[in-house]
Design a protein around this ligand. Structure first.
Ligand code: RP5
Length: 171
């Protein structure tokens, strides 16, 4: 979908995990980005454990024209908010429930309750698929090919429901 500049990898999306333990959610997300042929780069950078690396990376990614950032994180999940404080490009947060002792409420509130002025588009708990689709919808605003792919994705979903309905009615 995205042309590469000479000698330089150009990723439309950057996906950042707060920890290697967030990989399960990443897998559902990357599957959708791959299905839609969206180029992305993937990093593990912690807002709390490696804040200096995070700042350098986001500033560099902006220079490389990354359009959308997706941050996957659990517990006191500062990652998407920290990213949003560095860039004005859209940041999508995916709260992770897997390791939480309080069913993900910690990471959900850390992302959704951002102070006014620094927004994070927070999707549901462990909702990697929706995060990828939301990123695709943002990119599709200026990419007709991608918009067509998203419409086809919706059609496939619709057909699956209709197939299930047909089988269910017969039971
Ligand atoms: C967060 O803390 C990460 O995003 C992860 O979900 C959680 C636990 O991290 P680990 O202790 O497993 O590295 O920063």
């Amino acid at each position: 979908v995205y042309a590469k500049r000479e000698g330089e990898a150009l990723s439309a999306v950057s996906v950042i995990l707060g920890s290697d333990s967030d990989r399960e959610v990443f897998n559902s997300l990357s599957a959708v980005l791959n299905e839609l042929d969206i180029s992305f780069e993937q990093r593990i950078i912690s807002a709390h454990r490696t804040p200096d690396i995070l700042k350098n990376y986001i500033e560099d990614a902006e220079k490389r024209d990354v359009s959308v950032f997706i941050a996957i994180a659990g517990m006191a999940a500062a990652l998407p908010g920290a990213i949003a404080s560095i860039t004005t490009r859209p940041v999508i947060g995916v709260p992770v429930a897997l390791k939480s002792k309080i069913m993900g409420l910690d990471s959900l509130l850390s992302m959704v309750q951002m102070p006014p002025g620094i927004p994070v588009a927070t999707v549901g708990l462990d909702a990697g698929r929706n995060a990828a689709l939301l990123a695709a919808e943002i990119l599709a605003l200026s990419n007709e090919t991608l918009e067509k792919k998203l419409k086809a994705y919706r059609d496939t979903q619709r057909n699956k429901v209709m197939e299930k309905d047909a089988a269910f009615k017969e039971e």
